[in-house]
Design a protein around this ligand. Structure first.
Ligand code: FMN
Length: 213
């Protein structure tokens, strides 16, 4: 893409842990797109169900990764920060989300990446704790101000209804602002820390080519 974007825009990759078509976790992330200010660009990752099962034999130096894994890593590289929202299954993180994270364990793009973890149910403390522990182990930066507990009701089942709820929308906007701040710090740090091909801002300048994945 040859369009130019201002570097003050923060790119956030949103990942839902649910593959359900009408997932409340996915809808919350879609609501974030509706309420985000113009300087926060959010993309909801849609490849979770396409990833092969993680196999360390395929994730070795010099290996050609399966295309869906390459696509995931490219989207993570593009992002200044991640926002994850996941259901709890049998007191754990859904296998499909854990599988995606396993593919990212050895990805240098994840190191110090700011992450907000939304929890849409006060009953789901086990999965949230497990997810946070996994992300901490992966040397990411957990942003607590971007990780609110949101108790959704049945009437808040769509992105539109979530975005129209002033209390929820306000809390999500506060979370996005905190995540964008951490994302801007990460972008500066990544220039020093990562080789150009793994950097969300390869030029290190204030105006860069579009970073769309
Ligand atoms: C197989 C299965 C297991 C579940 N286990 C739990 C659980 O252990 N704890 C919990 O709070 N909710 C559990 N739930 C409920 C889901 O977490 C809840 O319905 C969630 O809102 C679904 O998210 P989604 O709308 O994004 O798909 C389970 C649901 C399913 C389908």
């Amino acid at each position: 893409m040859e369009s130019f974007v201002n570097d003050s825009v923060t790119n956030i990759l949103a990942i839902s842990g649910s593959l359900r078509a009408h997932s409340s976790n996915t809808e919350v992330l879609r609501a974030c797109i509706l309420i985000a200010p113009a300087d926060i660009n959010i993309k909801v990752y849609d490849g979770l169900g396409t990833l092969p099962h993680f196999n360390p034999d395929l994730d070795v130096e010099g290996a050609i990764l399966p295309a869906p894994v390459e696509a995931l890593r490219s989207e993570v590289r593009w992002a200044d920060a991640l926002l994850i929202s996941s259901p709890e299954y049998a007191h754990g993180v859904p296998g499909s989300l854990k599988n995606a994270l396993d593919w990212l364990v050895s990805a240098p793009e994840m190191v110090f990446k700011p992450i907000g973890v939304l929890n849409t149910s006060s009953r789901s403390a086990h999965a949230n704790a497990s997810l946070v522990e996994t992300l901490r182990t992966m040397s990411t930066e957990l942003v607590s101000a971007a990780s609110p507990l949101l108790s959704l009701t049945r009437s808040m089942a769509s992105a539109d209804s979530i975005a129209a709820n002033p209390e929820l929308a306000g809390r999500l906007q506060t979370a996005l602002a905190a995540l964008a701040e951490a994302g801007a710090r990460y972008r500066e740090r990544a220039v020093e820390m990562l080789p150009a091909n793994l950097n969300p801002n390869p030029s290190g300048s204030s105006t860069v080519k579009s970073r769309s994945p």
